[in-house]
Design a binder for this molecule. Structure first.
Ligand SMILES: Cc1cc2nc3c(=O)[nH]c(=O)nc-3n(C[C@H](O)[C@H](O)[C@H](O)COP(=O)(O)O)c2cc1C
Length: 209
């Protein structure tokens, strides 16, 4: 169940309730493909060309460690950018909830450790197919190609065939450092900021939207 319209003008919630709601929404976004939080935008920095953004699928939320997980082709630009500069930002928005959440985080790429192996084990064959593309994402081609071997143009790989994609699979775990909540409301929008220091100590404040 989602908590639509958490803000009631005559019943002002505590900051702690807002943060609870955000974790709840992230959990809903993780499970529900129709929820806006399922597809955040992730921003990274390039060394010379300013910021870069793209959509990803939210694949994991670990509240205890304040981690968000998404999956990517290990050969992609975003993976290279994160390895150069691990500061990333996420933007989530769900229209029904009228809620935006922006997150600043410290990201880490995992290619072959237990976390990456567990995530690979949890992926479906349909998803693994993407990692069988022959070239790296973003590599130019003379034709409008998917990059997949022809045999996979109309079917998923078998479990055995999918293993060739494992080397191209990476996960990104992002530790949340700052979270900005914005709720759109007829009586005036509301916003709050939650910041965790290096030791994980939380500071919470209302902010003017
Ligand atoms: C709805 C949607 C979901 C996507 N999910 C992912 C994802 O989970 N992981 C990913 O690497 N790319 C995903 N993509 C593709 C990226 O947005 C991007 O085009 C691609 O990864 C190349 O980005 P890069 O060059 O910045 O690495 C998704 C795109 C869309 C439109």
């Amino acid at each position: 169940m989602t908590l639509v319209h958490i803000w009631q003008p005559d019943e002002e919630p505590e900051l702690g309730t807002i943060l609870e709601n955000v974790w709840h929404l992230l959990g809903v976004g993780l499970r529900n493909r129709k929820h806006g939080f399922h597809l955040p935008v992730v921003a990274t920095s390039t060394p010379d060309e300013g910021p870069d953004v793209r959509k990803v699928v939210l694949r994991g939320v670990d509240r205890a460690h304040r981690l968000l997980r998404f999956h990517s082709d290990a050969r992609s630009s975003k993976i290279r950018q994160i390895e150069q500069n691990p500061r990333v930002a996420f933007a989530f928005y769900d229209a029904a909830e009228e809620t935006q959440v922006r997150i600043q985080a410290q990201a880490k790429v995992h290619r072959s450790d237990d976390a990456a192996n567990a995530a690979w084990q949890g992926t479906r064959l349909f998803s693994r197919r993407c990692y069988l593309a022959e070239g790296a994402p973003g590599s130019p081609n003379e034709l409008p190609t998917s990059g997949l071997p022809n045999v996979f143009s109309d079917r998923n790989p078998t479990e055995e065939e999918s293993r060739a994609g494992r080397a191209n699979f990476a996960i990104v775990l992002s530790e949340i450092r700052r979270l900005d909540w914005l709720y759109l409301c007829h009586q005036g929008h509301r916003s709050a900021r939650f910041t965790w220091d290096e030791a994980g100590k939380l500071t919470s404040t209302w902010v003017q939207p």
